[in-house]
Design a protein around this ligand. Sequence first.
Ligand SMILES: Nc1nc2c(ncn2[C@@H]2O[C@H](COP(=O)(O)OP(=O)(O)OP(=O)(O)O)[C@@H](O)[C@H]2O)c(=O)[nH]1
Ligand SMILES: [Mg+2]
Length: 349
Amino acid sequence: MIRVLVFYQEVRKLVVKESKLFNQELEQFVSSIRAGREREIARAITLLEDQDPLSSKIMQLLYQNYSKGYLIGITGPAGSGKSSLLNLLVKEYLKKTEEKIAVIAVDPTAQQSGGAFLGDRIRMKELYANKQIFIRSMASRESLGGVNAAVYDTAVILAAAGYQKVIIETVGVGQTEIDIVSLTDTTIVVTVPETGDEIQIYKSQLIEIGDIFILNKSDLPQAAKMELLLKSLFALEKSDSLFQKRSAALEWEKPLLKTSALNNQGIAAVVEAINEHFNYLQKNNILAENKNKQLKKHLLNLLLSRVTQKFSKKFKEEAKLEDYLAKILVGEAAPFQLIEEFVDNNLTN
Ligand SMILES: Nc1nc2c(ncn2[C@@H]2O[C@H](COP(=O)(O)OP(=O)(O)OP(=O)(O)O)[C@@H](O)[C@H]2O)c(=O)[nH]1
Ligand SMILES: [Mg+2]
């Protein structure tokens, strides 16, 4: 009876495994990705998100001598018009190029079918049907580095599938967004002439990490004021960087572009600025350098994500938090010491 059960379980495993790859062998499945078949691409991303063991096998094949696509990050406060801009940007590209373009929208708010994404779906309806374009939303993970790692692996899948440009939209101006855009080659920061934003932007490091700045919603009356403010912030950053002794040849003048996604204005200039930045990166050999840098960063993100996942799980399950609190309060141990002990005790298992 037990033998039959084991046999049944083995067969079931095989069937599940096969159906995950649409009844294809691993190599065949990866070939389908390389051939640009959307069904297989989408499945590979899902397996990745689920941290399915099959995903490692797929990624092992895809990473071998992988060539990196050109990664563009677009970030900025919620509701600043990133998706509206992206929609127009992609349409502008479609007029000019046969290149395949992929969009990854990192959505912190919801599951796959969440609200904001639903809005994007409606807005990007025409693009979804277009074979030249691949659009995918990814829920951001709880764990540190988790979403970044998934985004980079996804970009590698998409590059293997022939998407020369991969645009990553992230919402917000927090650390996660900054980490994600630091995995890209060109970073676009979208700002808007609305109250509160100026403080957010000033505080965040976005002014430092952005390559191209967009002042969207320039149709709004406060736009001129915001433009002045941004220009003065740029001037500040420039005078700071004088002290960093960057090579003059490598200096990139960060453009500030005014757009109105609402009125379809200023989009061609954004495309032009992206092209210019791409040329700048290529001319200075930065794209090639980025490949190594990004892969190292990716490994670090994976490490962070795995360690956080494993330790938090163990900590919640095993640590006697009440004991810890008591020890701290009676002066028996400092918090740092308790955590250090916990980590040391759990490093090997
Ligand atoms: N007035 C004005 N409104 C705009 C402009 N661009 C976008 N909007 C509006 O701003 C709202 C948010 O636009 P989205 O494109 O969804 O912004 P987003 O940055 O992608 O939003 P999240 O992904 O939710 O952070 C929508 O109601 C748009 O119609 C613009 O140039 N001018
Ligand atoms: Mg959006």
